[in-house]
Design a protein around this ligand. Structure first.
Ligand code: FMN
Length: 325
């Protein structure tokens, strides 16, 4: 469907729907299924920074006699990294849609040289799934923010392919951070990741993971910031993520200004083939509203274009709350 085509990171996607990083993108079989059912691109399951560091250590320490335990753990980790690079190469051979590997990182140094291996394997872009949880009460917000900037500077020195940061929404000033990312050469942001959160089982008196899959109501944490960020003068691309459970949800994020939309939980619930329905829902909505291309309606309801932009700045809203009193 030509009319669903969109630009993201300078790449042409045949659909704005990207299958986001998860087990659903961890095998070639799944990647092919995503392509066969109309995905615009795929983001591979994240490789963890620890895995990369083990790998780099393993291939650089050829002269010593490491302890057996170290050797085995290095072997296991380096093997999984080797398989990851191999999957990128194979996916690039087999698929015609863009293939975007992902690295899950929590420090700004150490692993970044490895990004070159990912680029050399043929990746179309690199998504960095990054979140530095501020657990040290003595650290200032500036110190935490600096970690992002160091990371970007290290990565941009190393690779030429587009770099995307997949971030959380808990910044003091998200729009400021996006400007800083853009000024340092970041090509896109995924707004936002949905991190592991702890919950409590009151029967077992244990900490358990909070719900793993999202619900569509979680769009409420995302929409405002996509609408605000897409209205700025900077041209950082936006991939909206969290709470997309239908074609209509994807349309909502595009109307708010997203260049692409990532889907995960809905495909766990309904199967990867549900991408086909979602593309049809987007196309059906476009027909109904008379839009011939994604660009015709992208950002139509963002902060710059909506007739009443105040709605994006409101956090307390008398009328909204009064209907519940
Ligand atoms: C089981 C599972 C595994 C995930 N693994 C990763 C991962 O490896 N890297 C990553 O960046 N995001 C990961 N995510 C987050 C998703 O890519 C996505 O950003 C998040 O689920 C929000 O999108 P959704 O509302 O469409 O589910 C995972 C999500 C789930 C449910």
């Amino acid at each position: 469907m030509e009319k669903l085509s969109t630009k993201y990171l300078g790449l042409t996607l045949r659909s704005p729907l990207i299958v986001s990083s998860s087990r659903l993108t961890s095998t070639l079989g799944h990647l092919r299924e995503a392509e066969d059912n109309g995905a615009g691109a795929v983001v591979l399951k994240s490789l963890f920074e620890e895995q990369i560091n083990y790998y780099v250590h393993a291939i650089s320490s050829t002269s010593g006699y490491p302890e057996a335990d170290d050797y085995i753990s290095n072997y296991v980790h380096s093997n999984s990294v080797y398989n990851y690079l191999e999957m990128i190469r194979q996916a690039k051979k087999d698929l015609s849609i863009p293939v975007i590997p992902s690295v899950n990182c929590y420090t700004a140094k150490g692993w970044t040289d490895f990004a070159r291996n990912i680029a050399e394997a043929g990746a179309d872009a690199l998504e960095i799934n990054v979140f530095f949880l501020p657990v040290d009460r003595k650290k200032t917000p500036e110190e935490s923010e600096k970690l992002y900037f160091e990371l970007i500077e290290n990565i941009k020195k190393t690779i030429k392919i587009p770099v995307v940061l997949k971030i959380g929404f808990r910044f003091t000033n998200i729009l400021y951070m996006l400007d800083q990312f853009y000024n340092r050469g970041v090509n896109g942001v995924v707004m936002f990741n949905r991190f592991y959160e702890p919950d409590i089982d009151v029967d077992k008196l244990e900490i358990i993971p909070a719900t793993v899959l999202s619900h569509e109501i979680e769009r409420r944490y995302v929409l405002r910031w996509v609408a605000m960020a897409s209205a700025q003068k900077i041209r950082i691309d936006i991939s909206a993520s969290t709470g997309v459970h239908s074609g209509q949800d994807a349309v909502r994020y595009i109307l708010a200004g997203a260049n692409s939309v990532q889907v995960c939980s809905v495909l766990y619930n309904k199967g990867i083939s549900y991408l086909k329905n979602m593309n049809q829902q987007i196309a059906g909505w476009m027909d109904e509203k008379g839009f011939g291309s994604i660009d015709e309606f992208r950002g139509k309801l963002n902060y710059a274009n909506y007739h009443n932009p105040d709605v994006f700045e409101r956090t307390q809203f008398m009328k909204y709350f009064s209907s519940y009193e």
